[in-house]
Design a protein around this ligand. Structure first.
Ligand code: ZN
Length: 1080
C-alpha cells in the first residue's frame, strides 16, 4: 500500500540525493522557479537526451493540431504504407515530458498534509504544492517553462498540504495552529532529512508452504515445509536460472545486496553523490532478482479439518485464525530492475514501495500484467482459470529516486516505427543485415532502417549505440511528436470553473467552500500566456462573468434559457489568466455574498455544463463543476428516482439494477460531444442528498475526468479536502487531448479497454484529459499460438499535449517470456494486478447484472484458479487441505472483501454505490487493494510502539476480534479514514487525541486538531503520512459503537461473519469444499 515516497533514512538508495528537489516534493512550491533538479529540464528546450539526434530541441513545438486526428494515423516514417493498417494509423503517439523527465505537467505535490480540516502538525511535512497561505507572498511562479522541480519525478510524495484554514470565514474553527506553519514561507527545500517512508506493502514473508491448521497437520505430506521444497507435480525442474524463479510474491526476496551488486549509476545529473550506504543500514532489497533457490513452486496449505473425503468439515474451529494468510507489510524500499540478464524480472507487488530501474522493460508503474509469463495458447490460459490483462497507467508518478524518463527527438522524420503495424522503435526490435534492416517485435515485419538511423551491430548482435539511445535500451521513453501527429496547434491549458449557487449550495457552505478552494488554487495554475480560465455559476439559470472588464463589480451575464443554452459572450468569458487574476479573486470573493439570499432551489446543472462547454469548445480544456443538488431543470434534468427504486432493491435485485445505470442517454450524448472537442469534466459533488451519481458520472467517465464526492458535505470539515482535491487535480502531472493504443505481439490481441475515456474507433481510446492517477485496464486474448521459448511484447503509446503545449508520445514497452507450463503461470501470477482486474470487472457488471450473479462470478473466478492449481500443480495428495499458490494466497481474502465492499452490498445508498463504481473505473493497482481491504491500526498506543523507522504502525487484521473497547483504531482505504473510539477508552487518551473525554462526546462534524502532547503529534504524523502515500487528502470521520458511524466502521471488518457474507475462516472452508467437489 505504500506509494511512492522518499526512501527511509538509513535506507537510501544509492542514487538518492537528499538535496535533490525531486526527492522531496513535499516541500515544493509548485510554481517556484528553482533550479531544476536535473539541469536542463525545461519544458521546452530539452537537452538532448542521450542519443538524440541533433535537431531535436530546437524545434519549437509544432503546431498543428492534435485533435481529432488520429495521431496514430500519421504516417510515420517513410516506408511503405502499411498494408491493411488499422484505420487510424496505427501507432499511438504520445508525447512526453520535457526531457528529462517529467511529468508533462510538472509536478505537483501530492495532497496530503495536514492542515485545515485535517490534521496539521507542526512537524507535518510541509505541503508541497501548497501555496503560502493567503497572505503570504506568492511564490514566484515559473512562467512558462516549468522548470525543474516539476520536471522531475516528483510528485509522489509530498504531502500537500491542506490549507490551514480553508475558506476563512466559513469554517469556524480553523485548523489548528500548527497547520500553517509548515506552509508559509518555510523552507522550500526539504531538508535533508527525508521523510521516512514506511512501506506498507505486503511483505514478502518467507512463508511458503505452511499449514495454517491450528493443530499439527497430520496428513500433510509435507509438514511445515521448507520453503521451496517439494517440487510440485508436473513441474519440470528448472534448467538454468529461471527468470521468474520460484518465489511467489510473498516469498522472501533474497537478500540481494542491492547496492553492492548493482550500483545504480543513473541520474548522472543529480547534484550530489549518492550517500554511501553503510553496512548497517538495511538496504532496500532488490526485487525480482532471481533467488538463489531452486525453481520450485511455493504454496500455502490450509487444512480446514475436513475428512479424507473432503466432505465433512468438522467446523472451522480448527483453523487457527492467526495462521491464515494476511497481507504483511514490508518495511523496506525494494529496488527493482525491470530486466536482468536479458530476462524480464517479475515486478514487486504494486502495493509495496519500490524504486524501479528501467533496464529495458518499462517500470511496472506504467504497465503490469496479470501474469508475468504469457501462456502460449488460450487453452493453457483457460486451464489456469486466470485471465490475461494489462493495467496501464501511462503517466504514473515515478518514485522520487527513479531516473527520469528520457525525451527523444527524431527531428522531422519523427520516431522510427514499424511501417506495417506502426509499433514504435523499442529495445526488442531486432536489427539485422548490419543494421540496415530491423524486425518488428509486434508484427514480425522486416523494415528498412532509415538511412540516418543506421548503426553497425556488435558481436552480440545489438547495435553498437544501443546503450546510448534511450529508445533502444529503455522500456519507457517520450518522443517529441512531429507535425504528422497534429491536426491543429496543441491546445492551451483551459480551466473553466462552474459553481452551484442554488439555495442549498449556498446555505450548506458548499458555494463558499468551492469559491475559496478555486481562489487558492488559481495561484497553482501554470502562469504564462497559455493558461486560460473561465467562471460561471448556476441555479435555475446560468450566469457567466466578464473577466476582463475593469469594473469594481463583476459583470454578470445571465443565460435564462436552460433548454437551449448559449454562451453570451464570444470573448471575455474564457480569458488568459494573466489578464484577469485580480478580477478573478474579486469575483470569487463576491460570489458567496452575491447569492447569500438566493431562494432558488432548482439546479440547471446540465445546462450549466453545456453552456460552459460552448464557451470552451474552440480550445478544449478542463471543466471543473461544483454541484450540490439533484439537477432539476433544463437540459438533462433528473428526478429523484432513489425512493422509487428502494422497493426494487429490497425485493432482491432480481433484475439488473437500473438505479445504477444512467436514467437515459442525454448525459452520454453530451459527454461524447464534449470529448470530441477535448473538454474533460470533473464533478465535485458537495451535497446532503441524492443527486443521481449513476447518471451524472457518465460525463466524467466518458471525458477522462472523475467524480469527487463529499457526502454529507460539512462546511466545517470538508473544505480542506475540497481544496486539496482541487489542487491535486490541477497540479498533478497530466496531459490533454490524448489518444492511446496498446499493441501486442502476434498471437495476442487487445480484446477490450476499460476506464474513463471515450472510444470512437475500436483500436484507440480518446482521452480529453489524462493524469498520473488514471489507470486503464486492457484485456487480451489469443488469436494464435505463441512460440515457446520466445518473448511476447506489449506496447502502450499515448500521444498527448503537455500543459505547456508540447505534443509528446510516451511509449512504454514490456516484453515477457512465453510459456507452455501451467506451473509457470501460477508462479508468475501478479496478485495485485489480477485482483484489480476482478474489481474493475465486477464494478462494470454491477449495473447490468443481478448482484447475486456478480458475487457468484467473483467467487467462481477465485475458486477456478485455486482449483486449477490444486488439480494440476499441487503435490499434496490429501484432499483435506486447501492448497494455495504462494503468489495468490491472499486471493480468497481479497475476494471475500470484494463481496462485502460497498459496491457489492445491497445495504448501501445508491449514490454511494454509484460513486464506488465510478471510483473503481480508473483506479490504479496500488489503490485498488486498500479500497476493498483497508489498512487498520491501533492508535491509542502510538507512543508505546516500536516503530522500527516507520511512521505508520503495523496493520492489524480486519476482524472485530482485534478491536477492543478500550482501544482507538484508525482505518483507511485510500479515500476515507475512519477513527473508531471504543466505549471504554481511558479518558486521558481521548482528551489528548481529540479533546473529548469519551466516545459519547464525539461531535457530528469533526476536524482533527493537534494538541500539545506527544500522542497527538504522533497521530498527526501518521495521518499526514497516509495522505502522502495515498496522494489523497483522506476524509476523517470519528466513529463509535451504537450509531451509524460505528456500523460503517464495522462494515469494513471483512473477516467477520455478517449479513453480507461469511467469515474469512468460513469462506476458506467454502472455497475448499467447492474445490473438492470439482475434484471428484
Ligand atoms: Zn510491426
Amino acid at each position: 500500500m505504500a506509494t511512492p515516497g522518499g526512501p527511509r533514512p538509513g535506507n537510501l538508495p544509492p542514487n538518492y540525493n537528499p538535496n535533490s528537489i525531486a526527492d522531496n516534493l513535499h516541500n515544493l512550491q509548485i510554481n517556484r522557479p528553482n533550479q531544476p533538479p536535473y539541469p536542463g529540464n525545461g519544458p521546452r528546450g530539452p537537452p538532448p537526451a542521450f542519443g538524440q539526434q541533433p535537431n531535436s530541441q530546437s524545434q519549437p513545438f509544432p503546431s498543428s493540431g492534435p485533435y481529432s486526428s488520429s495521431p496514430f494515423s500519421g504516417p510515420s516514417r517513410p516506408g511503405p504504407p502499411p498494408p491493411g493498417v488499422a484505420p487510424r494509423g496505427a501507432g499511438p503517439p504520445s508525447s512526453g515530458p520535457p526531457h528529462g523527465s517529467m511529468p508533462p505537467f510538472m509536478a505537483a505535490n501530492r495532497p496530503t498534509g495536514g492542515g485545515g480540516g485535517g490534521t496539521s502538525s507542526s512537524n507535518a511535512p510541509p505541503m508541497p504544492a501548497s501555496r503560502p497561505l493567503t497572505s503570504g507572498p506568492l511564490p514566484s511562479s515559473a512562467p512558462v517553462g516549468p522548470p525543474g522541480p516539476f520536471a522531475s519525478s516528483p510528485l509522489t510524495s509530498g504531502p500537500p498540504g491542506p490549507p490551514p484554514n480553508v475558506g476563512g470565514g466559513s469554517m469556524s474553527n480553523g485548523p489548528p495552529t500548527f497547520g500553517s506553519q509548515s506552509m508559509q514561507g518555510g523552507p522550500q527545500y526539504p531538508s535533508a532529512n527525508v521523510r521516512p517512508r514506511p512501506s506498507t506493502g505486503p511483505p514478502p514473508a518467507p512463508q511458503t508452504m505452511s499449514s495454517f491448521l491450528g493443530g499439527p497437520a497430520d496428513n500433510q505430506p509435507r509438514g511445515p515445509v521448507p520453503p521451496f521444497s517439494a517440487p510440485p507435480r508436473g513441474m519440470q525442474p528448472p534448467t538454468g536460472p529461471p527468470p521468474f524463479s520460484a518465489q511467489g510474491q510473498g516469498a522472501p526476496h533474497p537478500q540481494g545486496s542491492p547496492f553492492g551488486a548493482q550500483p545504480w549509476q543513473m541520474q548522472s545529473r543529480q547534484n550530489a553523490p549518492p550517500p554511501p550506504i553503510s553496512g548497517s543500514a538495511q538496504p532496500p532489497r532488490m526485487f525480482g532478482m532471481p533467488p538463489p533457490l531452486p525453481n520450485q513452486q511455493s504454496m500455502a496449505t490450509i487444512s480446514p479439518a475436513t475428512g479424507p473425503s473432503g466432505n465433512a468439515v468438522s467446523g472451522p474451529s480448527k483453523i487457527d485464525p492467526n495462521q491464515i494468510p494476511r497481507p504483511v507489510p514490508s518495511s523496506s524500499v525494494l529496488l527493482h530492475e525491470t530486466r536482468q540478464g536479458n530476462q524480464a524480472n517479475p515486478p514487486p507487488p504494486a502495493t509495496s514501495e519500490f524504486i524501479a530501474r528501467d533496464t529495458g522493460n518499462c517500470s511496472p508503474r506504467y504497465m503490469r500484467s496479470t501474469i508475468n509469463q504469457i501462456p502460449c495458447t488460450s487453452d493453457l490460459l483457460n486451464t489456469s482459470g486466470m485471465q490475461l490483462a494489462l493495467l496501464v497507467q501511462p503517466l504514473a508518478l515515478p518514485h522520487p529516486s527513479e531516473e527520469p524518463i528520457q525525451i527523444v527527438d527524431f527531428g522531422e522524420g519523427g520516431p522510427v516505427r514499424c511501417s506495417r503495424c506502426k509499433g514504435y522503435i523499442n529495445p526488442f526490435m531486432k536489427f539485422v543485415d548490419q543494421g540496415r534492416r530491423f524486425i518488428c517485435n509486434f508484427c514480425g515485419f522486416t523494415d528498412e532502417t532509415p538511412r540516418d538511423y543506421q548503426c553497425n551491430l556488435g558481436p552480440d548482435g545489438r547495435r553498437r549505440d544501443a546503450d546510448e539511445r534511450p529508445e533502444l535500451c529503455r522500456g519507457t521513453v517520450e518522443f517529441v511528436a512531429t507535425r504528422e501527429f497534429l491536426v491543429r496547434d496543441p491546445m492551451p491549458a483551459v480551466f473553466f470553473f462552474l459553481i452551484d449557487v442554488s439555495m442549498n449550495a449556498v446555505q450548506t457552505g458548499a458555494t463558499a467552500g468551492a469559491c475559496s478552494a478555486i481562489s487558492r488554487v488559481i495561484a497553482d495554475l501554470p502562469e504564462g500566456p497559455r493558461t486560460f480560465v473561465g467562471i460561471a455559476t448556476f441555479d435555475s439559470t446560468v450566469h457567466f462573468y466578464n473577466l476582463k472588464r475593469a469594473l469594481q463589480q463583476p459583470l454578470m451575464l445571465i443565460v435564462p434559457d436552460v433548454e437551449d443554452v448559449y454562451t453570451p459572450l464570444q470573448t471575455d468569458v474564457v480569458v488568459p489568466l494573466s489578464e484577469c487574476r485580480q478580477h478573478l479573486d474579486l469575483l470569487l470573493e463576491s460570489i458567496p455574498t452575491m447569492f447569500q439570499n438566493n431562494k432558488t432551489a432548482d439546479s440547471a446543472f446540465g445546462a450549466g455544463m453545456k453552456a460552459a462547454f460552448l464557451a470552451m469548445k474552440s480550445t478544449g480544456g478542463k471543466l471543473l463543476v461544483f454541484q450540490s443538488v439533484l439537477p432539476s431543470v433544463g437540459i438533462a434534468a433528473l428526478s429523484a428516482r432513489e425512493a422509487e427504486g428502494r422497493t426494487n432493491i429490497s425485493a432482491g435485485d432480481k433484475e439488473p439494477h437500473r438505479l445504477l445505470q444512467p436514467v437515459d442517454k442525454t448525459m452520454k450524448t453530451m459527454a461524447i460531444e464534449f470529448a470530441e472537442y477535448q473538454v474533460s469534466v470533473d464533478v465535485f459533488i458537495t451535497t446532503q442528498s441524492y443527486v443521481d451519481i449513476a447518471s451524472i458520472s457518465v460525463i466524467p467517465k466518458t471525458t477522462g475526468g472523475k467524480i469527487y464526492y463529499y457526502h454529507p458535505f460539512s462546511a466545517l470539515s470538508d473544505p480542506a479536502k475540497l481544496y486539496n482535491d482541487l489542487r491535486w487535480n490541477v497540479t498533478r502531472p497530466q496531459g490533454f487531448e490524448a489518444v492511446m493504443r496498446v499493441r501486442c505481439s502476434q498471437g495476442l490481441q487487445v480484446q477490450e479497454y476499460s476506464g474513463n475515456f471515450c472510444k470512437r474507433i475500436p483500436t484507440d481510446v480518446d482521452l480529453p484529459a489524462v493524469d498520473c492517477d488514471k489507470s486503464i485496464m486492457v484485456t487480451l486474448k489469443h488469436d494464435d499460438k505463441l512460440p515457446d521459448g520466445t518473448e511476447c511484447s506489449f506496447q502502450c503509446a499515448i500521444l498527448y499535449t503537455t500543459i505547456y503545449g508540447q505534443r509528446r508520445i510516451r511509449v512504454s514497452t514490456l516484453s515477457l517470456p512465453c510459456t507452455t507450463m501451467l506451473s509457470n503461470l501460477f508462479r508468475s501470477a501478479d496478485l495485485d494486478t489480477q485482483f484489480s482486474c476482478f474489481l474493475k470487472q465486477a464494478a462494470n457488471e454491477i449495473s447490468s447484472a443481478p448482484l447475486l450473479q456478480v458475487r457468484d462470478r467473483v467467487t467462481d473466478l477465485c475458486i477456478n484458479i485455486l482449483h486449477s492449481y490444486r488439480k494440476f500443480c499441487a503435490t499434496v495428495s490429501s484432499s483435506g487441505q486447501l492448497i494455495l499458490p504462494e503468489a495468490l494466497k491472499l486471493l480468497p481474502l481479497y475476494t471475500l472483501a470484494l463481496i462485502k465492499s460497498i459496491g457489492l452490498r445491497t445495504d448501501g445508498r445508491i449514490d454511494d454505490r454509484s460513486f464506488w463504481i465510478n471510483y473503481v473505473s480508473a483506479l490504479s493497482v496500488q489503490l485498488a487493494i486498500p479500497l476493498v481491504y483497508p489498512r487498520m491500526m491501533s492508535i491509542h498506543d502510538l507512543n508505546s510502539k516500536e516503530m522500527d523507522g516507520s511512521v505508520i504502525p503495523s496493520p492489524i487484521p480486519l476482524s472485530s476480534e482485534h478491536v477492543s473497547d478500550d482501544g482507538i483504531y484508525l482505518l483507511e482505504n485510500g479515500e476515507d479514514c475512519l477513527i473508531y473510539i471504543g466505549s471504554s477508552v481511558d479518558p486521558d487518551i481521548t482528551q489528548k487525541l481529540f479533546g473529548i473525554s469519551s466516545a459519547s462526546e464525539i461531535p457530528s462534524q469533526f476536524v482533527l486538531e493537534q494538541y500539545d502532547n506527544p500522542l497527538s503529534k504522533r497521530l498527526h504524523e501518521v495521518v499526514n503520512e497516509i495522505r502522502s502515500q495515498r496522494c489523497n487528502y483522506l476524509r476523517l470521520r470519528l466513529c463509535k459503537k451504537g450509531d451509524p458511524s460505528g456500523m460503517m466502521f464495522f462494515s469494513y471488518m471483512v473477516e467477520d461473519k455478517s449479513s453480507n457474507g461469511l467469515s474469512y475462516v468460513e469462506f476458506l472452508v467454502h472455497v475448499h469444499r467447492q474445490i473438492q467437489s470439482k475434484m471428484t
